[in-house]
Write a protein that binds this ligand. Structure first.
Ligand code: FAD
Length: 431
């Protein structure tokens, strides 16, 4: 075997990169890292762009950084501006490659991509690596995952499960194939600038505006977060609404895979070893387990999570276009919800607390289809993650596994508790 294609998906990094190690182990003469850009013209069934401007900017920076990091290893990232199912068979043929190695993603669209590649005659080796714990460590087969998060976490903790240690960046990679056709090389820069689009204007109210996508920024962010001792205040501040430090913001990089959860956790454990483990630093592990839980839920239920009824009984799914449009643009008349939706549109980020309040209001007060809300978050969130987004929306809608049947948050009570002085609502109030 002479050439292997390393297809990067939601794992845009070199540190703790099991797919990269798997590809290197194949002993191929040449290894070509490739990435397929998302379709920026794609629209959701609700009529808006599937990837909004903030995500485009963030992803562009992430890809540029990945390309630089491959370059430092004397390799080269090839950027393809077409869907994988079309682009990869053509590239494989041009290079005489017949094996692709890539991340396993347990979501329907992503599984369909792999199936299409296999149907085209390519061998595709998938490697699961986006969770903190590997499914082979769990005390049960993933099909028997508990229906509720708490018993899942308790069993994990009872069994004293710890993630596998993160893998180092390889010292060297197999060379890239010498004759990559020019038509591919010509495409790189124009494709990336098309993805970038116009830079969104910098909103001076945004605490995250100065953050950047990519592995280098991810590791720098992680290390400054730990160096400043913030895990020791995390549990107390995590329901905050304003600023950068009330929560870790690790999701911004976890979502594209620029940060490995095992790397983040290993450095957190190192922090605890030197500066002390507290209930607060433990809580970051607790939240990362939620992230894992939604991943394993996808492995267990797959496509069923994408039905209007989710895992629940068949029920009519209400939707109101006008209410939905008012929600998206922050014009529902409910001050906290509107402020949240304006922050989301202006920055691409929203605190966990306000994601819950906004989602609950759309579903339980405005009578809209939860899938429309999930699609809006997908379009807007810099940290959009297929598993966490779908899982949290189903949870609030009461259409997932949780027997309590949905979560309703009263925005007035939430404002009184979490924004008692109204600072957040003033910050993101009507311009
Ligand atoms: P921190 O509070 O610092 O938490 C540390 C890490 O734990 C996070 O980075 C994240 O990886 C994980 N985590 C924390 N809370 C959750 C949670 N409820 N579910 C899963 N993982 C969690 N998170 C995403 O990463 N992508 C999404 O697309 C996404 N969509 C959401 C949609 C809704 C309706 C809701 C209610 C929550 C959603 N979340 C999503 C979960 C959560 O809001 C974010 O992970 C968190 O706000 C990210 O900020 P942080 O990194 O500062 O989190």
């Amino acid at each position: 075997m002479s050439t292997v294609l390393l297809w990067l998906r939601n794992d845009l990094r070199l540190h703790d990169q099991p797919v990269l190690h798997a590809a290197c182990r194949m002993g191929a003469q040449y290894l070509l890292p490739v990435l397929c850009l998302p379709d920026i013209q794609a629209r959701t069934r609700w009529g808006f762009a599937r990837i909004g401007q903030h995500r485009r900017t963030w992803l562009t920076k992430t890809i540029q950084n990945l390309a630089e990091n491959f370059h430092e290893l004397r390799s080269q990232l090839l950027i393809l501006n077409a869907p994988a199912a079309k682009a990869l068979p053509a590239l494989a043929q041009a290079l005489g490659a017949d094996i692709i190695v890539c991340e396993d993603i347990a979501a329907p669209d992503e599984q369909a991509e792999v199936e299409a590649l296999r149907a085209s005659g390519l061998q595709v080796h998938t490697v699961w690596h986006s969770s903190l714990l590997h499914q082979d460590q769990l005390p049960w087969p993933v099909r028997q995952l508990p229906d509720v998060f708490t018993p899942f976490r308790q069993a994990v903790e009872h069994a004293k499960l710890q993630p596998y240690p993160p893998l180092p960046v390889p010292e060297a990679l197999p060379r890239v194939p010498p004759h990559i056709p020019n038509e591919y090389l010509r495409e790189q820069i124009p494709a990336l600038s098309a993805l970038a689009g116009p830079s969104p204007s910098l909103d001076t109210r945004s605490a995250i505006a100065l953050l950047q996508g990519g592995e280098s920024a991810a590791l720098a962010h992680l290390r400054q977060y730990l160096a400043r001792g913030l895990p020791h205040s995390y549990k107390r501040t995590r329901n905050g609404l304003v600023g950068l430090d009330y929560s870790s913001k690790w999701s911004l990089w976890l979502a594209t895979g620029a940060l490995s959860p095992r790397q983040a956790y290993a450095e957190l454990r190192q922090f605890e070893a030197t500066r002390g483990a507290t209930e607060s630093s433990y809580w970051l592990w607790f939240e990362l387990l939620w992230r894992d839980y939604f991943r394993f839920l996808h492995m267990q239920h797959g496509r069923a999570l994408y039905r209007a009824r989710g895992l629940g009984p068949e029920l009519a799914t209400p939707h109101d276009d006008q209410n939905f449009a008012a929600w998206c643009s922050g014009q529902t008349g409910k001050t906290l919800v509107d402020a949240a939706m304006r922050e989301l549109a202006a920055t691409g980020y929203l605190s966990n607390r306000l994601r819950q309040v906004a989602a609950s209001y759309l579903i339980h007060d405005l009578g809209c289809d939860w899938r429309a809300g999930a699609a809006w978050f997908e379009s807007q969130l810099l940290d959009y993650d297929v598993y966490s987004n779908q899982g949290n929306w189903l949870y609030i809608a009461g259409r997932g596994t949780d027997p309590q049947g949905g979560r309703r948050f009263d925005p007035v009570k939430q404002a009184a508790t979490y924004d008692a002085d109204g600072a957040y609502q003033r910050l993101w109030g009507k311009a």
